[in-house]
Write a protein that binds this ligand. Structure first.
Ligand code: HEC
Ligand code: HEC
Length: 492
């Protein structure tokens, strides 16, 4: 592959669309600007795969995604320093954190990005490692390009990494069957497929990882609560950086050193990402709107802030409150950057964005059958006896103002991983899950240790693999929403 004869400064000055430059004054000069954004995104990928060293991405750079562009803003050093430990190979297989958490993809990685790297390097890029990059780590042939193409199909086409977690020894359930078409059928270590969660906007996290396993006493980490925030979050993230290196990068435990862990956490905590332009709406901070990442830097937040559950059941998710902890206020308008656009003529694409915001904030949803909300208190529900049906909105579960994750660690199962009762290959919402495994677990009888007929089938056991309990099967956190648009179904 030809190397690109550009210094990064020249590259940045000529191609990156910085916030104060090339700002479309009125409307959005779509054709030319998106072509520039696309060029930047593709060049970033090419530069990375060709080994060209670039060392800094200034704040204000836009990166394309299917809905427009996103920006990642760093509060440290006016941009992203690409030389820190997050970008270094700290283990033994050549991977860094940035192998899977790419600045151009809002600190996650899209399937399109992975496919470009596959084609450009003939499957040699360090993301293509059999430890967790291939559909399974055995029964595969990666000696030929065709073999690699097949072995890495989930990563190439859906951006999924294999997450293998051992069933806790004291689990109160038994794994009775695993149907994994890629051959990873082990019942003691369960293979699940998840995409890299973006390592940005982490200031708002109430649980680290989809299943909260880096924020749980069961793994020697700390549950994040109002009383220990941000210390618990910071120590969980430091612990996570070591686990990520040992696992994904096959590290030997010596790196990241405590000083490097600190640097990684400082780097992560300083990052804020949001969509900055929309393909038809143009800049999301124009005409009185406050989209883009910068307003997130000063967005007030504490654990349980704007909790919709506290508002409903005063004793839960304490202290609750909106402006000050415990002020007893709740604002159902979870997202508010586009209020000013509600006044625009209804045919304007910006008015459509405002209508979408209003739907998110106010459209009534009858929440039923969600484990973590509707079920019995002892099984992890809200109140004794359960709540058969709860009238809520999107913000019932995505309550953090302008960010959209659950502001309190409350794992939920909304059925994305549960097969429809009539078709094992689609989920409860009708989405295709035929490419995912089906895992069936049954509660065991405490007297005999034998499986009972109380069983559940799911594509992902979620929190049940962290604390070894049957009730949380399939429960995961309500993720942050203000990151980047991803061309993928609503699945991990
Ligand atoms: C091989 C790809 C890969 C590499 C390399 C990788 N990660 Fe990840 N990362 C993931 C995946 C997949 C998840 C989601 C897994 C889950 O929730 O079970 C994730 C999740 C995370 C999260 C959780 C974010 C949240 O919202 O809870 C953090 C933080 C993170 N990674 C940081 C790192 C750091 C730091 C490194 C380097 C030391 C790293 N990652 C290396 C794939 C990767
Ligand atoms: C009952 C709780 C609940 C309600 C109500 C709810 N969500 Fe979610 N949402 C979740 C959970 C839990 C997930 C994670 C599911 C998964 O990844 O399998 C999620 C995931 C998402 C994601 C994917 C985020 C990502 O990064 O993968 C989007 C987008 C989303 N929700 C938007 C919405 C919108 C829009 C509404 C209202 C129409 C809504 N949600 C209502 C709980 C809820």
């Amino acid at each position: 592959m030809t190397r690109i004869p550009l210094s990064f400064r020249h590259f940045a000055a000529s191609l990156l669309c910085l916030s104060r430059r090339c700002r479309p004054s009125q409307g959005y000069k779509r054709g030319t600007i998106s072509a520039v954004f696309l060029a930047v995104a593709m060049l970033m990928v090419i530069v990375v795969v060709s080994g060209q060293q670039i060392s800094f991405i200034p704040n204000g750079a836009h990166f394309t995604n299917p809905g427009g562009t996103s920006q990642t803003y760093s509060t440290v050093g006016k941009g992203i320093d690409l030389t820190g430990p997050f970008f270094q190979s700290l283990g033994k297989n050549g991977r860094s954190c940035a192998t899977c958490h790419q600045v151009s993809d809002g600190m996650s990685v899209s399937a399109a990005n992975v496919q470009v790297r596959f084609s450009a390097t003939q499957g040699q890029d360090p993301i293509f490692r059999t430890v967790d990059g291939s559909n399974c780590n055995h029964s595969i042939d990666v000696s030929t390009l065709a073999g690699k193409n097949a072995a890495y199909s989930l990563l190439r086409t859906r951006g999924l990494i294999r997450i293998a977690i051992a069933v806790p020894a004291n689990a109160d359930y038994k794994v009775v069957s695993v149907n994994n078409q890629y051959g990873c059928n082990e019942a003691d270590v369960i293979s699940m497929y998840r995409r890299p969660l973006p390592t940005t906007n982490l200031r708002f996290l109430s649980a680290v990882m989809f299943d909260g396993r880096e924020s749980s006493p069961a793994t020697g980490t700390t549950k994040i609560l109002y009383s220990n925030y941000p210390d618990a979050l910071l120590s969980d993230l430091a612990h996570q950086s070591l686990d990520a290196t040992n696992g994904h990068a096959q590290g030997d435990g010596t790196r990241p050193t405590p000083a490097e862990q600190q640097q990684i956490v400082n780097f992560e905590m300083g990052l804020f990402t949001a969509q900055a332009t929309g393909t038809t709406a143009g800049r999301l901070d124009a005409q009185g709107a406050t989209g883009g990442p910068i307003p997130l830097v000063t967005q007030p937040f504490f654990i349980s802030s704007n909790s919709s559950v506290h508002f409903l059941v005063r004793t839960l998710e304490l202290p609750g409150g909106l402006d000050k902890p415990g002020d007893d206020k709740f604002n159902p308008a979870i997202f508010n950057p586009f209020e000013a656009w509600a006044e625009l003529p209804s045919a304007s694409p910006r008015a459509a964005v405002a209508r979408g915001q209003a739907i998110f904030n106010s459209r009534p949803i009858n929440i039923t059958g969600v484990a973590g909300i509707n079920d019995e208190l002892l099984a992890g529900g809200l109140v004794s006896g359960g709540v058969p049906s709860l009238q809520g909105t999107c913000g019932t579960c995505h309550d953090t103002a302008n960010v959209g994750n659950h502001s309190f660690p409350t794992p939920l199962n909304i059925g994305t991983g549960d097969p429809s009762p009539t078709n094992l290959f689609v989920n409860m919402g009708g989405l295709d899950t035929s490419y995912l495994p089906n895992i069936t677990v049954c509660k065991t009888d405490p007297a005999t240790g034998l499986p009972t007929d109380d069983c559940k089938t799911t594509t992902d056991l979620g929190q049940a693999l962290v604390d070894g309990k049957f009730d949380p099967v399939g429960k995961i956190k309500g993720p942050i929403l203000t990151r980047t648009l991803r061309p993928r179904p609503l699945l991990r």
